[in-house]
Design a protein. Structure first.
Length: 291
């Protein structure tokens, strides 16, 4: 078995068809099929089963695929490390960020660009569960996320805590100068809350605060998208509870921002990256800006 055979096998598995894999590899189908057969003969196992037009991995094929994926990750990272030796900071830096953390990004990138103008950026948005998966899949190199998450497998730098605030339509406020709201008052208000696609996060943290006081909130909407929730608040559908920094890029003329007076709710966030992955110079310099 050689690297070319392994690469061909890997792309067939990724594409699910020899036809598509051949196009991606810019070779004809016959030599690709011959390479796969030679690899199966060498290993003495069947690597794919045909399901209609689709090629599906056998158990043996799935084992080889996972090993091949790790190998090609290491090869790619080794090539980056070698190319960066003796060179300045350059290339493309892939960053993931929660929508609710995005206020940390613009000024940081502007500062970074002033120092390292040869670096380009690829930005990806998603909730914390999605972004940790993108890190594991090597689609991004660093991510700015809301905690909590399972930190196994990740290195991280914690960012400053910030308080949660209540965002509520202006016409729901009886006193124009009202600055505070109690958690007991929140029970009487329809709530729209951030909720991750999967895993434990801000939603569970806020729900625990209600449970601690023996209260059950009236939640009428859940979403991982803070922009959608704030849009609904602006239309008068309910109130939401979000980290204060999420309001920096939103028009708050139609809503009031209130502090929660009797319950301490803070949001923790972090910049994270894979422990077992070579971190490019561009990523290292980006993380340093948060220290």
């Amino acid at each position: 078995m050689n690297l070319k055979q392994l690469r061909y096998f890997y792309e067939i598995a990724n594409e699910g068809q020899i036809t598509r894999a051949a196009k991606k590899l810019h070779i004809a189908q016959p030599p690709l099929s011959q390479s796969l057969k030679a690899l199966e003969d060498r290993l003495g196992v069947i690597l794919f089963e045909r399901n209609g037009r689709r090629m599906e991995l056998t158990d043996a094929g799935a084992v080889l695929y996972e090993k091949a994926k790790e190998l090609f990750y290491k090869i790619d990272e080794t090539m980056i490390e070698v190319k960066e030796t003796g060179k300045g900071v350059r290339g493309t830096l892939s960053i993931g960020c929660n929508k609710s953390c995005f206020s940390r990004i613009p000024k940081t990138i502007r500062t970074y660009q002033e120092k390292y103008p040869q670096v380009k950026f690829k930005l990806l948005e998603g909730d914390s569960y999605f972004l940790t998966k993108q890190l594991v899949d090597r689609e991004i190199e660093v991510a700015i996320i809301r905690l909590p998450i399972d930190m196994d497998g990740f290195s991280y730098l914690r960012l400053p805590e910030e308080e949660y605030v209540v965002v509520i339509p202006n016409n729901w406020i009886n006193k124009p100068d009202k600055k505070m709201i109690s958690i007991e008052e929140l029970v009487e208000i329809p709530l729209l809350l951030l909720h991750r696609i999967r895993g434990v996060g801000q939603f569970e943290l806020i729900m625990d605060k209600f449970r601690d006081k023996g209260l059950t909130p009236n939640i009428i909407c859940e979403s991982p998208n803070v922009d959608m929730l704030l849009g609904l608040v602006t239309e008068g559908l309910g109130a939401t509870v979000v980290p204060k920094s999420t309001l920096l890029k939103h028009n708050t003329s139609n809503v009031s921002v209130l502090h929660i007076e009797d319950t301490h709710i803070v949001s923790e966030s972090a910049i994270i990256w894979l422990k077992d992955r070579y971190l490019s110079k561009s990523a290292e310099r980006f993380i340093e800006l948060f220290n």
